[in-house]
Design a binder for this molecule. Structure first.
Ligand SMILES: [Zn+2]
Length: 334
């Protein structure tokens, strides 16, 4: 009897130690050294404000539009254990601070959604309703918008890719691929009603975005790659100066994969400036009590940001390309 009790105690103790270690690993973030903030060019020209993951607000002083706009960033315990809902007050607070930083009125011309996982798609329909935008993306993303009752006039499906205009901006959606993380694939074929578990948001199609603006010349000037995946040859036929490069999950992938990703996204379009995005732990908020917060890298258990950063630094030095880790609330001027 005593032996059985001892074994039970031992099992409970080791389970607790295991859970404790797991929680510890999920809460330990590697440190990042941020370089000098970017030089400010013209406060009134084309600019983009980075807001964690692949959320970015773009404006030319006339029209403001978003990539994703995922601002809820629920804590890990909520993501793991509960069904998620849009955090209305947090999303409104981040959006208000965003418009203020951009020095723009609270109006959105549109929202392009990178793919349909919750950390890209969940808040877009809410933002579209609040600020009068349309949501542009895949059929899967349209089911998330329908689940939140966004009118069909505010949903545009560009399933295989295509072009959309927001004021003078032109954004081309190219069918790309998700980083091979083990959470990929699947389509939302019915409306995704909230609250919904994170895993109910199926990937759908993953896009790259190619951005043009007549104020910056006739061709495109920026490529946004939200997820660290690629389709070989997807960027042939155009060149850009700036690439916003998604890093999520990259640290756990092979050296060869990371080098191919760099080639397809940076060398093929001939970019000279790379800004790293989607490297952060999106279970950490962008603001607390009205104050903006800095980002933290993904915990080591889920990603290895120091490793992928080191490799990308090596490639950037080899190829003479500038590399910048974007922090939240940081603005890039063109
Ligand atoms: Zn994803």
């Amino acid at each position: 009897m005593r032996t059985v009790r001892f074994i039970l105690y031992a099992l409970c103790a080791s389970a607790l130690v295991g859970i404790g270690a797991l929680v510890f690993m999920l809460k330990s973030h590697p440190t990042v050294e941020f370089p000098q903030p970017l030089q400010q060019k013209s406060a009134n020209g084309v600019r983009t404000l980075f807001l964690g993951t692949s959320s970015m607000a773009w404006t030319d002083g006339q029209t403001t539009w978003l990539v994703d706009g995922f601002f809820s960033r629920q804590p890990l315990s909520k993501v793991a254990l509960t069904r998620l809902n849009v955090d209305n007050s947090q999303v409104r607070a981040v959006a208000a601070a965003m418009f203020k930083r951009l020095n723009m009125p609270s109006v959105l011309g549109g929202i392009v959604v990178a793919h349909s996982h919750y950390d890209h798609s969940m808040d877009a329909p809410f933002l579209a309703k609040e600020y009068g935008a349309k949501v542009v993306g895949s059929e899967s993303t349209s089911q998330i918008a329908k689940g939140q009752d966004l009118p069909s006039t505010q949903i545009e499906v560009l399933q295989g890719g295509g072009q959309v205009k927001f004021g003078e901006f032109e954004v081309r959606l190219i069918q790309s691929a998700h980083a091979p993380t083990g959470f990929t694939g699947g389509f939302n074929t019915k409306p995704v009603f909230l609250p919904a578990h994170a895993l109910q948001f199926k990937e759908g199609i993953s896009y790259s975005f190619v951005v043009s603006h007549p104020g910056l010349g006739p061709g495109p000037f920026a490529l946004i790659q939200p997820s660290a995946g690629f389709v070989e040859g997807q960027n042939k036929g155009f060149s850009v100066k700036h690439v916003f490069l998604g890093m999520g999950g990259l640290g756990k992938l092979s050296h060869a994969y990371i080098e191919n990703y760099w080639r397809e996204m940076v060398l093929v379009p001939g970019a000279t400036h790379v800004y790293l995005i989607h490297w952060d732990d999106f279970t950490q908020p962008l603001m607390k009590q009205g104050e903006p917060l800095a980002l933290k890298p993904m915990p080591k258990l889920l990603d290895d940001f120091p490793r992928s950063l080191e490799l990308l630094k090596m490639f950037s030095e080899r190829d003479g390309v500038s590399l910048h880790v974007l922090n939240s609330w940081e603005m890039v001027y063109f």
